[in-house]
Design a protein around this ligand. Structure first.
Ligand code: AMP
Ligand code: MG
Length: 418
C-alpha cells in the first residue's frame, strides 16, 4: 500500500477570502497523485495520464526509404541509367545499385544500398530498360532518412503527459503494444438542496430540477475518472454526514454542489468540519465565492457553489486542476488570449477576480473581439451556453472600455469541445 496521506492539516482560512492565484496554488501544491498505475493496450490509452517517461526504442523510420513513386539512384547523374531492380513497400530483400544504375521504387520502399535520391515518376522518361531523370535533382531529394522523424534514444514523452491521438501514433510507431498509464480516480458526485428534483420526475411549485449533476458528470468525463453518482441529498445534516462518512472510505474525491454557504440550511461546510479538515472556504472570485476544499480521511472533498454557472466556472478553474493532480496528470494553465473587449463595463468591484461568459467575433481587420453575455446572474445557464470561453477580469481592474485588452480563456483549453 502506498501512503495516501494527501495534505497536512495546519492550513485553514476563512478569515480572509483567498485570491484565485492562492486558491489554485493551494490545490495544486497540496494535492499529490493518488491514482494507481496500470498497463493498458495502446488503443485504450487515449486521454489517459502517462505513468512513465518514454524514450524512443528505435529510429523512426527504421530505414532510409522513398517518399514517392519513382526511380532511385545516386546523385549526381549525367544521362540515362539502366533500371536494374524493382522495390515495393514491404520488400524485405537487400537491394544494391552500382554507380550509374537506377531502381524502380515505390513510396515507403527501403532505399537500395548505393542510392541516395529519388526522382518522381512524373518527371522521368523511360526508354526500354533505361530511365532518364531530371539532372538537377538535389542529392537526397524525395528520400526519407532513417530516424528523421524520431531518433533512437530521444526523449519523446514525459510521465504525467496526457496521451493525445498523435502521441498514440508515435507510441505505435515504436512498436509499443501496451503502455503504463494512471488508473482512473474514483470520484463521487452529489447535489444538495431540499428544492432539487431529479429530471424526469413530476415537478411541483418550489422545486428545481437538478442541472448540476448531469453537467458535472460530463465535465468529469473529460478526464480519466470513474464517477459514482450519489444523487440528490436533502438539507439534512445527519444524512449528509452519514453519506459523506461512508463514501469517503471508497473514493478518492467527493464533489458536491449546493449547500456550500453558511446559511442555516447549508450543511456541507459544517459536515466537513465535523468529519475531517477544511482547508479553504470562500474565495475572492465571481462567480464562485463559496468554493470549499478539505478532506475526510484520505478522501479529498471539493465543494462547489449550487448555482449552475458558479459550479461550472469553479469546476474549470479549481476542480479540473485538482482531479488532474490527483490522477497523476500534469496540470497546465489554460492559454489566455489577449483580445480587445467589444463591450463597456464602467464599474467592476476591485479586489476580486471575475470570469464573465463570453465569445469571440471578428472585428476590424478580422481581429477577434471578445463579447460578453449581457446578464451576470450565476443561475443563467443560457449565458454558459452562448459562451465559448471565459473573459478574465483581474482583481485590480475596476472598469473595462471597448477596445481594452482582456484575457479570453476558450473552453476548449478545459477539454470542452465547441
Ligand atoms: P446553495 O448553494 O445551496 O445556496 O444554492 C444556491 C442556488 O443554486 C439556489 O438557488 C439553488 O436552488 C441553486 N442550486 C443548487 N444546486 C442546484 C442544482 N444541482 N441544480 C440547479 N440549481 C441548483
Ligand atoms: Mg441550498
Amino acid at each position: 500500500m502506498t501512503s495516501r496521506k494527501l495534505l497536512n492539516d495546519c492550513f485553514l482560512t476563512d478569515k480572509d477570502r483567498l485570491s484565485h492565484e492562492e486558491c489554485l496554488a493551494i490545490l495544486t501544491s497540496r494535492l499529490s497523485v493518488v491514482a494507481g498505475i496500470e498497463e493498458v493496450p495502446l488503443g485504450k490509452t487515449s486521454g489517459r495520464w502517462l505513468a512513465t517517461d518514454i524514450t524512443a526504442p528505435r529510429n523512426v523510420p527504421m530505414h532510409d526509404n522513398s517518399a514517392v513513386d519513382g526511380y532511385a539512384f545516386a546523385a549526381p547523374v549525367t544521362g540515362p541509367m539502366p533500371v536494374v531492380t524493382h522495390i515495393v513497400a514491404g520488400d524485405l530483400r537487400n537491394h544494391r545499385l552500382e554507380p550509374g544504375q537506377a531502381a524502380r521504387i515505390f513510396t515507403g520502399a527501403v532505399m537500395p544500398e548505393g542510392a541516395d535520391t529519388v526522382a518522381m515518376q512524373e518527371d522521368c522518361t523511360v526508354n526500354g530498360d533505361q530511365v532518364s531523370v531530371p539532372l538537377n535533382l538535389k542529392r537526397g531529394a524525395n528520400a526519407r532518412r532513417a530516424g528523421e522523424d524520431v531518433a533512437e534514444g530521444s526523449a519523446v514523452l514525459q510521465s504525467s503527459a496526457r496521451l493525445r491521438p498523435q502521441d498514440m501514433a508515435a507510441l505505435a510507431s515504436f512498436g509499443l503494444a501496451r503502455v503504463k498509464v494512471r488508473a482512473p480516480i474514483r470520484v463521487a458526485i452529489l447535489s444538495n438542496g431540499d428544492e432539487l428534483l431529479e429530471p424526469g420526475a413530476e415537478i411541483a411549485q418550489g422545486q428545481v430540477y437538478d442541472s448540476n449533476r448531469a453537467m458535472l458528470q460530463a465535465l468529469i468525463d473529460t478526464l480519466p475518472c470513474e464517477v459514482t453518482d450519489l444523487g440528490i441529498l436533502p438539507d439534512n445534516a445527519a444524512l449528509i454526514e452519514a453519506t459523506l462518512t461512508e463514501v469517503a472510505k471508497t473514493h478518492d474525491v467527493i464533489l458536491t454542489s449546493g449547500g456550500a454557504s453558511r446559511g442555516d440550511e447549508d450543511h456541507i461546510i459544517t459536515a466537513i468540519d465535523n468529519l475531517g479538515t477544511r482547508h479553504l472556504w470562500q474565495i475572492a472570485v465571481k462567480p464562485g465565492r463559496p468554493m470549499s476544499f478539505g478532506q475526510i480521511g484520505d478522501c479529498v472533498f471539493l465543494g462547489l457553489p449550487g448555482n449552475p454557472v458558479a459550479a461550472f466556472v469553479c469546476f474549470l478553474l479549481y476542480v479540473r486542476p485538482s482531479l488532474t493532480v490527483l490522477g497523476g496528470g500534469n496540470h497546465q494553465e489554460p492559454v489566455r488570449f489577449p483580445v480587445a473587449a467589444g463591450f463597456d463595463v464602467p464599474d467592476k468591484k476591485p479586489g476580486r477576480r471575475e470570469f464573465w461568459r463570453g465569445w469571440l467575433e471578428p472585428g476590424d481587420g478580422g481581429r477577434p473581439v471578445a463579447h460578453k453575455f449581457a446578464r451576470d446572474g450565476s443561475g443563467l445557464i443560457s449565458g454558459l451556453r452562448q459562451a465559448t470561453g471565459l473573459i478574465e477580469i483581474t482583481e485590480s481592474m475596476t472598469s473595462v472600455a471597448k477596445g481594452d485588452l482582456v484575457s479570453f480563456l476558450p473552453f476548449t483549453s478545459f477539454g470542452i469541445d465547441s
